[in-house]
Design a protein around this ligand. Structure first.
Ligand SMILES: N[C@@H](CCC[C@H](N)C(=O)O)C(=O)O
Length: 275
């Protein structure tokens, strides 16, 4: 095998390793993903985005390209909003899409995107469905929350005190009967009707500096608690700010997509990792 190309990028500091693999030939095991994402023995990232033709992955997407997203622990997830912005910008800059409006396949379904000229991207995130209520436990605190499905599962807890003060060094607990496949946990302050502040503890990763699906979930939950299902809000996360619109059966996420490096993986390192 020749050198394995990679790019490193981020969306509001939720960071990713992109692996271009059009024909789907890479043996991307959970061990290799975890090693790539490790910040000491690998490149370091919250997740991996494999750029593969939908026809090569065979998951029924009608889009030409499929975002094969993996969490830092090696698990696959349905969707990644910040990753999608970086992925879409890559497709345009690599000449793999000729226009700026196209759809990308994900395990949550095909997602239309628009890549703007200023390196921001709008992603049509699909429906944000309220699925009930549950509880997150942070240390000794029980925080009730609204469960939201954005293709992947979220539990949004609204706090009166500053989310910046929350101690997320240990993984918060949640109801495994309610979320048998795990859950992304968001903690939010409502600053105004159209301004939220959020921290997130991601399934398969830990605390990250942003989560795109999470920002859609917190806007949907805030609207739900205000007695409506339609509205727009900015969401401030530790890594920056995004804009979210939620409507009945649809939502959009707009924010930046940045590249920081590109290169080749060391082949002997890659080949020596557990398969
Ligand atoms: N950071 C992502 C979400 C990635 C997947 C998540 N950890 C899960 O397991 O569902 C985003 O920007 O949406």
């Amino acid at each position: 095998m020749g050198g394995i190309e990679f790019l490193k990028g981020h969306g509001t500091q939720n960071d990713f390793v992109l692996l271009p693999d059009a024909p789907g030939r890479l043996d991307l095991t959970p061990e290799r993903v975890a090693a790539l994402c490790d910040r000491q023995r690998g490149l370091g990232a919250d997740g991996v985005l494999r750029v593969v033709r939908s026809s090569a992955i065979g998951l029924g997407s009608e889009a030409e390209w499929f975002m094969d997203y993996r969490n830092a622990d090696g698990s696959a997830a349905e969707m990644c909003g910040n990753g999608m912005r970086v992925f879409a910008r890559y497709l345009v800059e690599a000449g793999l899409e000729s226009g700026r409006d196209f759809a990308v396949g994900t395990r949550a379904g095909d997602r239309p995107v628009r890549v703007h000229g200023d390196n921001t991207v709008t992603v049509h995130m699909g429906p944000a469905r309220i699925t009930g209520t549950s509880v997150a436990v942070v240390g000794e605190r029980e925080l009730s929350g609204v469960a939201v499905d954005v293709g992947n599962p979220h539990l949004v807890s609204t706090l009166d005190d500053d989310v910046a003060e929350l101690d997320l060094r240990e993984a918060p607990r949640f109801d495994r009967d309610f979320f048998p496949n795990g859950v992304n946990l968001e903690f939010v302050n409502v600053l105004a009707a159209d301004a939220l502040r959020m921290r997130v503890y991601e399934r398969g990763v830990g605390e990250t500096r942003a989560c795109g699906t999470g920002t859609v979930a917190v806007v949907a939950a805030a609207l739900h608690l205000a007695g409506t299902d339609t509205g727009s809000s900015t969401v401030d996360i530790p890594g920056g700010r995004v804009a979210v619109t939620v409507e009945r059966g649809a939502s959009t996420l707009t924010g930046p997509a940045e590249f920081v490096a590109r290169g080749e993986l060391d082949e002997s390192w890659w080949n020596g990792l557990g398969r």
